[in-house]
Design a protein around this ligand. Sequence first.
Ligand code: BGP
Length: 474
Amino acid sequence: MRKDFLWGGATAANQCEGGWKEGGRGMAIVDVIPHGADRMPVMKGVQDYRKLPENASYPGREAIDMYSHYKEDIALFAEMGFQCYRFSFSWSRIFPTGEEAEPNEAGLQFYDDLVNELLKYQIEPVVTLCHFDAPIALVEKYGSWKNRKMIGFFLKYCDAVIRHFKGRIRYWITFNEINMLMHLPFMGAGIRLEEGGDELQIKYQAAHHELAASAMAVKLAHEINRDAQVGCMLAAGSVYPYSCNPVDVWESMKKDRENYFFTDVQVRGKYPAYAVKYMEQQGIQIAMQDADLEIMEKNTVDFVALSYYNSRCVRTDGQGEASGGNVFASAKNPYLECSQWGWPIDPLGLRITLNALYDRYQKPLFVVENGLGAVDVLEADGTVHDDYRIDYLRSHIRAMMAAADEDGVDLIGYTPWGCIDLISATTGEMSKRYGFIYVDKNDNGEGTLKRLRKKSFHWYRDVIASNGQNLSLE
Ligand code: BGP
């Protein structure tokens, strides 16, 4: 691996920060996404969050309270030798309703302290500007990303933070898993489909607003700071054809394009021909301003960030089972084992995905999420023997290194997801744990929030220290 490869970990404000009412923070999307059976319908935007039962619980409001524990958490990251840390700013901590003229000082102060703490340990901050997040006031007043006004609110927020952190933050990511807008539109972009309207039209219009906002944010960041490196971020995972039947192959290509659609615009700077045709066929008409396309073309990203949990698979014969637990519909791949949540485990798929993305874009790639959500058992002596997690990460790191060292893919870094246990995005559970650091809290929200080092904590420290050479614990 290259010598300046960045090893670290990743989290996001919506799933770890908590402190939902601290320091003048405004309500955000995550604060109204409940735990339990209503969670999925709310995230999909088909159930109105304002009509949930009174006893609904909202795990993101406290999460793991990193708001109060960040010093302790960063000290543990430093102990593992993190060279970078990917996290997100909570937009409504900076602009509580999104409409204020000036940023909320207490919100900026919180991130000042957090970023300074990282820099104290020479940990490079990698900041996602929008990770499943937006002030709820903008959702209610304007319909969130359905509305073009959102671009202006987002840019005002970007301007405030990019300017404020100039010289301290170099790596920015505009939207986390931008393609999630198509699958979980409320969680991804604050879009409520229950309000009615043509679903495809709404989604593609909102996608245009986000894509335009992303390009404008790239422009802004480069104007403020010539050294800024700005990336897009895709929920990646190549789609395999179930068989060599050309209809399966064709279907897999179409499925891949549903995701590439976003990065094709962000990296190549224009709507791809297949998307233009698709929109024509579906009668989708995107309202845009004259300058949008030019701004998109001139302000492409510096790098492509991606999450990778698994590959996907499609078959067209209507047979077989579906693979469980994922928001991306997929046929069950008989060659792969699955996690406890039914997500396929496919390390070679990471190598395949990285090569596919690098072939397509020829831009540096950054693996900003990867990991295994699993149930952990806390032993009486405070340890967790998470060998399954080590196995998962080891095999994926090997595959990633092969992509870099043997295939020549240009890789910036690796930040496994949920480096400290946090709330699961899709299920709202605490028990779906990804971390090297155990957090004492259960699915009912009970626990001391105490942080404990798992076996993988010590393993990952050695991985980082050896730049990926030492992948066994002994
Ligand atoms: C990605 C998100 C993360 C994270 C991860 C794991 O989609 O960017 O926010 O949560 O998936 O998913 P889950 O938490 O559902 O296990």
